[in-house]
Design a protein around this ligand. Structure first.
Ligand code: 3HC
Ligand code: NAI
Length: 693
């Protein structure tokens, strides 16, 4: 049982004890009800206190139970709360650290609430595509008012407990240890005469509820895009104006509806996948980590500067090393410009800017970086240059320093072989702009030490990245899959589509940006260089030649003012280019292809299943250790629609059988050699399973 019971001197204490955050799973719910029964049966008990063990009062319903029979098994959270609220003996919640979701709803069912200062109070269900389903939408407006409750419920934001000191949410804010304060409070109320208060009996009042709710609805309709939960939250909060039982019924209906939506499934998957990404199967959670107090970055170009900012933001000093002082000056100026621009937007104070800049040092000499705990190389993408840098680092860095490369395409094992300490070498593949993009692929070399991996994953969290481990292969997880996706985008042009149709179709599916707009932003020359290399290494690898024709015409993308689209000076908007479209049509003719009308559905199918099929190979080869890691890469680094939960979850929801069938159909079409159902995908489809099962 994951709730403990103790009684002492007339006060029973029920302690939620379900690590890590006292999620209200089935066994905890049973524990609370049994504790209540014991306390009510014991004539010596005068009052009951509910508290949480460890680092939270409660983080809410146990997210790991959603979608399993246990989630709905009695006693439900609703039953638990009804039991507490109906208790003739007073029940006091003693809240510390975190009261979120069902945890806060449980507290609202208690007669009294005592909180520690600084506890994080939230109803964050909307972030999981849900609404609070155990009375939160009905009781919170009754204690803090309609507007404040609606803001909390539709934003999911956490608010420190002391901000509610003047509301009916808390009866007492304790400045010391909350449990003794709650026990004392319980003793006092037990001795007082009269009924104990129930939040359900309060009335929600607002001068212009209809007007306010209408305003909230239209604002949220504009911002919540493809997510149904925010508007459902408004409906549920609006129902708090009705009699309590009716409001509860409306809330329940909304909750159950949302629970079954693919959007909620996607968000819950992303929540758990984000936490799971930091767990590496053969690296135990208690693996010792190395201390990272000083960082050095080699190369102050596009990536070096952005990478440095991550550490400066986290208060970690950085020394940037370059070959020439003008490169250093440019790098430092760019960092300062970025910070100043954040300050102008009000995101940083001028003090913050100076503090960060003061943590930055520059040098032209390796002698100045030998004592760094971590060095990240971000020099030109050429093996010869990397070799020179890593040989030098091997000579100067202190023992125990981690030597990382930000390479996007080169073999990390080869890079490690340039040193006498391959166990200390790892890939840290940041994405551009590195100070903004959330994703960090941590590339595990054959010899990378487990403690190095554990350290880098922990550091990833500290610098607020989504860190995902990838094995060594061309393109790691993200870019390897992207190559197949871009390849299909090219073939679609050969067959009859134009860039604007492909982009529009996949953006309507939900991608932040279609492949052609994206390539124009990144620079067409990068792909061109990779294709040239590929033509030598793997001459049988087919792809549409339209990308090469584009580059031969000097259309390198936004930076050249012309790419797949036309651009106007000072404007990033992509305008369809008659010249490019003509080139595409001519190319089809040269290939002898009769262009056909291609449906948007086919475009989406080919692009997304190209990702899925390559993802399956990546999984099978162990480049990614779990399907959810691949989803995290695509959600945090490649603009895959959040409401679809990543390519692998999308495939699961589509049905792997159907995916395999679609791929087999594609294999009979144009450039069918690009399609072979990945054996793992076929196997799971045959077994009726999903990648994430
Ligand atoms: N259920 C189960 N496990 C949970 C959980 C929950 N509600 N909330 C967090 N966890 C787990 C995480 O999966 C993670 O597990 P791991 O150690 O195995 O990886 C661990 O707790 C720690 O989580 P974090 O890494 O996020 O730790 P932090 O200390 O940074 O944050 C937190 C703690 C603020 C509680 C944060 O985890 C959080 O925001 N959790 C989500 C809370 C939430 O959304 N609650 C609503 C649930 S839905 C609900 O209650 C429905 C009800 O209305 C009926
Ligand atoms: P860049 O050309 O903007 O910067 C490279 C910098 O390294 C230059 O300032 C150069 O002077 C410096 N440099 C070169 N040789 C050096 C040496 N021996 N010692 C010290 N400094 C040296 O290149 P960018 O875009 O920053 O790329 C750097 C690395 O990051 C490459 O490996 C690239 O593949 C990788 N990468 C690039 C991404 C991008 O979108 N630009 C994304 C992810 C990784």
């Amino acid at each position: 049982m994951t709730a403990q019971y103790q009684s002492h001197d007339g006060i029973a204490v029920i302690t939620l004890d379900n690590p890590p955050v006292n999620g209200l799973g089935h066994s905890t719910r049973v524990g609370i009800v049994e504790g209540m029964t014991r306390a009510l049966d014991d004539a010596t008990v005068k009052a009951i206190v509910i508290t949480g063990a460890g680092k939270a009062f409660s983080g809410g319903a146990d997210i790991r139970e959603f979608g399993t029979p246990k989630a709905m098994q009695e006693p439900s959270l609703q039953t638990v709360i009804d039991t507490i609220e109906a208790s003739p003996k007073p029940v006091v919640a003693a809240i510390h650290a975190v009261a979120m979701g069902g945890g806060l709803e449980l507290a609202l069912g208690c007669h009294y609430r005592v909180t520690a200062k600084g506890a994080q109070i939230a109803l964050p269900e909307v972030n999981l595509g849900l609404l609070p389903g155990a009375g939160g939408t009905q009781r919170l407006p009754r204690v803090i008012g309609l507007e404040a409750a609606l803001n909390m419920i539709t934003s999911g934001n956490a608010i420190p407990s002391e901000k509610f000191a003047d509301t009916k949410l808390f009866d007492h804010v304790a400045s010391d240890d909350v449990l003794p304060a709650a026990v004392k409070f319980a003793r006092n109320v037990a001795a007082a005469p009269g009924q104990h208060p129930q939040v359900r009996n309060l009335k929600v009042q607002h001068k212009n509820a209809e007007g306010y709710l209408g305003f909230a609805r239209s604002t949220l309709a504009a911002t919540s895009q493809r997510f149904p939960a925010p508007l459902k939250c408004v409906d549920a909060v609006a129902a708090s104006l009705k009699p309590f039982e009716q409001g509860m019924k409306d809330e329940r209906d909304g909750f159950l509806y949302l629970l079954s939506t693919p959007e909620s499934r996607a968000l819950r998957h992303a929540f758990l996948a984000g936490r799971a990404a930091s767990k590496i199967p053969d690296v135990p959670g208690d693996t010792p980590t190395r201390k990272i107090a000083k960082v050095a970055v080699i190369g102050a170009g596009t990536m070096g500067g952005g990478i440095s900012m991550n550490f400066l933001n986290a208060g970690i000093p950085v020394t940037m090393l370059e070959m020439k002082s003008d490169a250093l000056e440019r790098g430092v100026a760019t960092i300062r410009r970025n910070y100043e621009s954040s300050a102008k937007k009000g995101k940083l104070t001028q003090d913050d800017v100076e503090q960060r800049m003061n943590l930055l040092r520059t040098t032209l000499s390796y002698d100045d970086i030998g004592d760094a705990d971590l060095v990240i190389e971000a020099v030109f993408e050429e093996m010869g240059v990397k070799e020179a840098v890593f040989r030098k680092l091997d000579g100067v860095m202190k023992q125990g320093a981690i030597l990382a490369s930000n390479t996007s395409t080169l073999d990390v094992n080869t890079i490690a072989s340039f040193t006498t300490r391959p166990q200390d070498v790892v890939g840290m593949h940041f994405f551009s702009p590195a100070n903004v993009m959330k994703l960090l692929e941590v590339v595990r070399g054959e010899k990378t030490g487990k403690d190095v991996l554990a350290t880098v994953m922990q550091l990833g969290k500290k610098i607020k990245k989504v860190a995902v481990v990838a094995g060594v292969c061309d393109g790691f997880i993200g870019n390897r899959m992207l190559e197949q996706y871009s390849r299909q985008a090219g073939f679609l042009l050969d067959e009859g589509a134009l860039p604007e149709q492909v982009d529009r179709a996949i953006e309507t599916f939900g991608f932040a940006m279609g492949p052609f707009r994206m390539i124009d932003m990144a620079g067409n020359d990068i792909g061109w260089a990779i294709r040239k290399r590929r033509a030598i290494e793997q001459p049988e690898f087919t792809y549409s030649k339209t990308g090469d024709l584009l580059c031969e015409a000097g259309r390198f993308g936004q930076k050249a003012g012309a790419g797949w689209y036309d651009y106007e000076p000072g404007d990033r908007k992509a305008y369809p280019s008659p010249q490019v479209n003509e080139m595409i049509v001519r190319h089809s003719k040269d290939l002898g292809i009769a262009r056909r009308k291609i449906s948007d559905a086919e475009i989406v199918e080919r692009l997304v299943f190209a990702l899925v099929n390559e993802g399956a190979l990546i999984l099978e080869e162990g480049i990614a250790s779990k399907a959810s890691d691949i989803d995290m890469v695509y959600l945090s680094g490649y603009g895959f629609p959040q409401f679809r939960g990543g390519p692998m979850l999308y495939a699961d929801q589509f049905g792997l059988y159907n995916v395999a069938q679609a791929i087999q159909r594609c294999a009979k079409g144009y450039r069918g050699e690009a399609w072979q159902v990945a054996p793992l995908l076929q196997k799971l489809a045959d077994e009726g399973k999903g990648f994430n099962d």
